[in-house]
Ligand binder design. Sequence first.
Ligand SMILES: Nc1ncnc2c1ncn2[C@@H]1O[C@H](COP(=O)(O)OP(=O)(O)OP(=O)(O)O)[C@@H](O)[C@H]1O
Length: 628
Amino acid sequence: MGKEKFKAVEDVKPEVEEVEKAEEVEEQRDVGEEEEQEEADKTFEELGLDSRLIRALTKKGIEKPTPIQQSAIPYILEGKDVVARAKTGSGKTLAYLLPLLQKLFSVSGNKKKLAPSAFILVPSRELSHQVYTEVSSLIELCRVQLKVVQLASTMPASDMRNALAGLPEILVTTPACIPKCFAAGVLEPKAISDSLEILVLDEADLLLSYGYEDNLRSVISIIPRRCLRLLMSATTCSDVEKLKKLILHNPVVLTLQEGNDKEEAVPSNVQQFWISCSAQDKLLHILALLKLEVVQKKILTFVNSIDMGFRLKLFLEKFGIKSAILNGELPQNSRLHILEQFNAGLFDYLIATDDNNQTKEKEESKGEDNKDDKKNKRRGKPKLDAEFGVVRGIDFKKVHTVINYDMPQSVTGYIHRIGRTGRAYSSGSSISLVSPDEMEGFEEIKSFLAGDEDKDTDIITPFSSLTKNAVESLRYRAEDVAKSVTRIAIRESRAQDLRNEIINSEKLKAHFEANPKDLDLLKHDKPLSKTAPAPHLKDIPEYLVDPKTQEASKMVKLARAAMGGSRRSGGGGGRTNKKRSRKGGDPLKTFNPNGSNKRGRGGGGVGQKKDGKGSNDGSTQHKKQKTV
Ligand SMILES: Nc1ncnc2c1ncn2[C@@H]1O[C@H](COP(=O)(O)OP(=O)(O)OP(=O)(O)O)[C@@H](O)[C@H]1O
């Protein structure tokens, strides 16, 4: 990724009150080669981080800063507003959390506060929970007297009041929650004006599209001039520009110096594959992928509707494959718990309905509500959570394979889905099942990823480990079982799952309060079907599987064994991975502002291509792989 460099742009702007009207004068300063080399080699110590934070990072197994962390941390410690744009999985959260905590080390105890010193605003509750967990663990590991609180806009005022009673230094929430706190009288605008030192907008490119503009305006109107403002985003879009103008003054803008949108957005260490099949044959193909074990676990499968998620779960269940479901209909505690269990490696298969489609369903259900609101209320039709967001920003840990069972409806959707694997220093794969109806959208994705210069190169290659014969050997069983997964069965399972999770959610609420770290209270991958899977469907006899697929499956098993073997260990290593996780294919490295080879452990052998791209983007990615 030699072409990718951070550039720092210093915005020179007038006072915040006039910012919207003012003409922006930008002074651009490209980070020079020498400076980049120095920057690339910096350790956390050299970035000026407090020793307590460095010790905490070491305990978490984090040794060296990622490029975005190297670039952003010194500016934030200096007290500059920062806009940081770096692709998914590049470590943006710690890029702002570490200097934020360091600043609070000195603020804490200095004066009597009536409101938090830092607000971290994120678009969804899942993200809020994720950031909260990260801050809490850092505070605990640093052994400092800082308090962090997480609020949701749906919490009763009394819960909000209790949570804020201990005067937390950090509040993590969605923008909608702040005005709710004002209305409930649990936060005073005047106290915020007096106390707030740092405001972070994380996943800034999403905040406006999630409808938080008015909420943000009301927050901005009370934040003091001296408050440090940080804006983190995976992409640039007009919304980020709007927020930048609205909120920041004199920011340093950290972004990629060159490269087209494709290079900026796509994690280069994810191998992308596709399979052409009819819509009806998708169940057959996913069964073959999972049952014949030609893909590496953990596996995150995306579908476009909640019903499809249940169809898939019920279908797989019949073959003894247990999976959990994640969608916006489930209660919040259940969603968080499912994510935590999946991240902890308690199950290997998660079927998720992502946010774009939630919006679609939300709209559909709104339409229905308008038609027959009373009827729906009587039936207790479940509401989808407006603050639900599966894909964007969520750090699914050690997902090795992302499967697009249904194709996403946009290029951005595709990029964010596949960005759930290949995070941090790991590598991953994606497999898209593409039906004829989805081919047009798929071609769009492919041509976007190929970019203008690279039209003939296939970034998404056909998945060759699964032969036609292997698929056909399962056809009879798959079709037979698919017939048994009727609409009624889906409807009943969906309702039953919701009922279970509502009960779980209540138990979880109490449990989380008492044992916030206990993950193993409830199982989310329980079978929904009333009948147990037939024994003959659980195991596929060897004679049914052709030699090529057997070989591919063996490779996957070997890779898993090399990673530590057990299903609890999750993905993220192994033969193929080891090979690919060297520097050239490292997602965090791809942000190297240095843009040149670094000598040292694991990095020396992988050079840059002539065109400046990391070698893994092109050469490895385009090679067909036996296993993924
Ligand atoms: N310096 C580092 N070394 C190793 N791992 C790191 C480092 N910094 C962050 N990580 C890990 O990388 C993963 C991705 O980080 P993070 O969620 O902050 O990415 P992100 O850029 O915010 O992605 P997204 O845009 O999808 O939210 C996390 O699991 C995090 O713990």
